[in-house]
Ligand binder design. Structure first.
Ligand code: MN
Ligand code: MN
Length: 462
């Protein structure tokens, strides 16, 4: 066929196995996967000998900023960064700080605004999870409409000024469950957090290092347990975002042991870094002010065990493209004023492969499950997440032999630092295809602005 592309001789990896195989792509979709595919006169061919042929990474947790007059390229630029890292679809939130925010109107209006502000900007495929804030009217009013419109995942926060009350959280869980959606919850206990913060500030302990002390494990674990109990009460599925600690993981295990549809993600920073970063000088410690905070090496190991045994569903970045020179400067005021988060949209595959697969903590098949197959399935990206006939040809040609050092100078994201500076990494995404088109080819961006398509989603597993 005229537009056929054949990827030959690579090792094709799925969540359940790996095999040497050829992959044929026609019209942006995977046409066939077989040990040896016949050639044809007009098919283009790529030699993938020695490479892993992975499904594109699906990052379900980013706070990618939309374009503004002052920074017209920031959404586009972070989408390029995603592509370099092997991420072919990323999901965004429209929470305050991302450059587009609710005026207290409807979720449906928020969806239209975000879609118009990002239209034609992305180099890879993308989608949205809406944030339901305290300013929105009763969630049962327009949750059904946004789920119908292809946004079945909605996020709420249990803390922050835009977080919702327990009563709203419960109603939103109920409403999402009734209409085929799923709530994503930032789980922390507001009372404990605010009390700890006030005490630390009263004692004059306001430096970035005290961020972690304001959020010890019970703050997170209680929030996770409460969200699970609310979900259980209304028979709702629950997605726990950015799980960071062993105690919170125990709560998720409790839910899963009770056959509840509770799913949790963790993030690369909890898997690769630990709380020792808060002992760095203030301006460096501020780079690691992320919520929940970095934990102990024991927690880190518990999270890896949770990924390996299936207690944790997936890994996503919680990408926040804050800059040390700008947003992070508020460390000079006090730890509770520091913009929370760290960039990660470009380094997800690198960190999970290097720290997970290369170190023997998970298999490469499990990595594919955690980064592609499960995020695509759970979030209703039903044409994404695996290399099989009929799916979108979102593919990473990954060279596992490469050895490199992660450094800001070589990244493409809109932040001015990486939390993984100096980290030794194994493997690299040599080439990346989205719907059969090269976006990265031999390490160079060859895609274009606006090629990425907004993905309307449906949770068919529900
Ligand atoms: Mn959060
Ligand atoms: Mn987040």
């Amino acid at each position: 066929m005229a537009d056929e592309l054949i990827i030959r001789g690579g090792t094709v990896v799925s969540a359940s196995g790996r095999r040497r195989a050829d992959v044929a792509i026609v019209g942006g979709r995977i046409e066939a996967v077989a040990e040896v595919l016949p050639g044809s006169a007009d098919a283009r061919e790529i030699d993938a000998t020695g490479l892993l042929v992975l499904p594109g990474v699906v990052d379900v947790h980013t706070h990618t900023r939309v374009a503004t007059d002052a920074q017209p390229d920031r959404f586009f630029q972070d989408s390029i960064a995603a592509a370099y890292g092997g991420t072919t679809t990323f999901l965004c939130f429209n929470n305050p700080g991302t450059g587009v925010s609710s005026e207290g109107g409807s979720l449906l209006a928020d969806m239209h605004e975000w879609r118009s502000r990002t239209e034609g900007d992305s180099a890879v495929d993308y989608s949205l999870s809406l944030v339901l804030t305290a300013d929105h009217p009763d969630p049962s009013l327009d949750l059904p409409a946004v789920i119908d419109a292809g946004i079945p995942t909605i996020k709420v926060f249990m803390i922050y000024d835009f977080g919702v009350s327990d009563a709203v959280l419960l109603r939103a869980l109920d409403s999402a469950a009734r209409y085929g959606g799923m709530l994503e919850v930032h789980c922390e206990n507001r009372t404990l957090l605010e009390s700890n913060t006030r005490r630390l500030l009263d004692e004059g302990r306001s430096a970035p290092r005290y961020h972690a002390e304001s959020r010890p494990q019970p703050v997170e674990a209680e929030g996770v347990h409460r969200a699970i109990r609310y979900a259980q009460s209304v028979r709702a599925p629950l997605f726990v975002v950015h799980l960071s600690s062993a105690e919170a993981l125990e709560q998720v295990r409790w839910g899963r042991d009770h056959d509840l549809p509770v799913f949790a993600e963790t993030c690369p920073h909890y898997l690769a870094l630990d709380e020792s970063r808060y002992k760095l000088p203030d301006d460096e410690a501020a780079r690691f002010v992320i919520s929940p905070p970095l934990r102990t090496p024991t927690d880190r190991d518990a999270l890896w065990a949770g990924l390996a045994d299936g207690s944790l569903a997936l890994v996503a970045t919680d990408h926040v493209p804050d800059r040390v020179a700008v947003e992070k400067q508020t460390w000079r005021e006090s730890f509770d004023r520091i913009s929370n988060g760290a960039p990660g949209i470009e380094t997800l595959l690198a960190v999970v492969y290097s720290e997970g697969v290369q170190r023997g903590r998970i298999t490469v098949e499990r990595m594919v499950d955690l980064l592609s197959a499960t995020p695509a399935r759970l979030f209703g990206l039903n044409r994404k997440g695996s290399i099989e006939s009929g799916r979108d040809a979102d593919i990473v040609l990954f060279d596992p032999q490469e050895r490199r050092t992660i450094t800001q100078a070589e990244l493409h994201h809109t932040s001015d630092y990486t939390p993984y500076e100096g980290m030794a990494a194994s493997g690299i995404a040599r080439s990346v295809l989205v719907r059969g088109e090269f976006v990265i080819r031999d390490g160079r961006f060859v895609g274009r602005r606006g090629f990425g398509r907004f993905q309307e989603r449906q949770l068919t597993w529900r």
